[in-house]
Each structure stands twice: as structure tokens, then as C-alpha cells.
Design a protein. Structure first.
Length: 147
């Protein structure tokens, strides 16, 4: 990737059926959390990227899921000495998991964990602005409470 490129990331906000838990990824060698998803490839829509990423990461077919874009978060950071600039497109995704099951990871370096919506303010979620958006939106009736 070009040193000065901006990465487009599609991220899924997946809740349990009661909208009390959210699915997060965590690197197995770290103690922070992020929403499932990944890079949007050239010529690919953000929704298609999420379908692909959910299949690659968890082996789930999300092609029939309901997607609704609920926000955008810009993130500029340095990781392992490398500068990154990313635009995160956040989608509420319904119809993938019920929230009662353990979600297996097909990628060795990550695992999935369900966390209570009430615990989000205390979790180390990155980008941090995602946590702010989740906290702001959890009180809005059209977000996390829609059936």
C-alpha cells in the first residue's frame, strides 16, 4: 500500500437479537477491540466488502443480511512505526448472528467476543471515535433497537 494512501474500511455493528450485546474482534496478542470488517478493495462496494470479510473471518454467509450505514469515522494513527489514515464506514448488520452462539475465527490472529452495550464505555475500542458513535447512537430509537 502506498505510504500516503487513505484506507477505506467497512465495519459491521452486529448485535444480538435483544440489542444488548455487540460483536467485537480482538487480536489474540493485544487487549483492545474493534468491529468486524476490513478493507474495501478497488471496485468493491462497502457492503460487498463486509460480506467477504465476514466470510473470510468467521465463515458466515452474510449475503442475505440487512445492511444499513449508520456512520463514518476517520482515524489517523501510527502502528508499529507506520502511519495510517483510514475512513471507517460503519454498518448496522442484521440477520447474521443471534448473539447466543460463540463466533469462531477462521483467522489465527483474531478472536470474536460479545460484549454488553452497557460495557462499551469501559472497553478499549479502536478507533476510539467508534466507541463515541456507539455510545451516542445507543440512545437513538432507530439504532440498535430496530427490528
Amino acid at each position: 500500500m502506498n505510504e500516503h494512501s487513505i484506507e477505506i474500511i467497512a465495519r459491521a455493528i452486529i448485535t444480538d437479537e435483544g440489542n444488548t450485546k455487540i460483536l467485537f474482534c480482538t487480536p489474540k496478542d493485544s487487549e483492545y477491540f474493534y468491529l468486524p470488517g476490513g478493507h474495501v478493495e478497488f471496485g468493491e462496494t462497502a457492503e460487498s466488502a463486509l460480506v467477504r470479510e465476514l466470510f473470510e473471518e468467521a465463515g458466515v454467509d452474510a449475503s442475505e443480511a440487512e445492511f444499513r450505514q449508520v456512520g463514518t469515522v476517520e482515524n489517523i494513527f501510527t502502528q508499529s512505526g507506520v502511519s495510517h489514515h483510514e475512513i471507517n464506514l460503519l454498518f448496522e448488520v442484521k440477520g447474521v448472528f443471534s448473539g447466543t452462539e460463540e463466533v469462531p475465527s477462521l483467522e489465527e490472529e483474531i478472536s470474536f467476543q460479545w460484549h454488553s452495550v452497557a460495557d462499551i464505555p469501559t472497553l478499549p475500542v479502536f478507533p476510539e471515535k467508534v466507541k463515541d458513535l456507539l455510545a451516542q447512537k445507543k440512545n437513538e430509537t432507530e439504532f440498535l433497537t430496530r427490528n
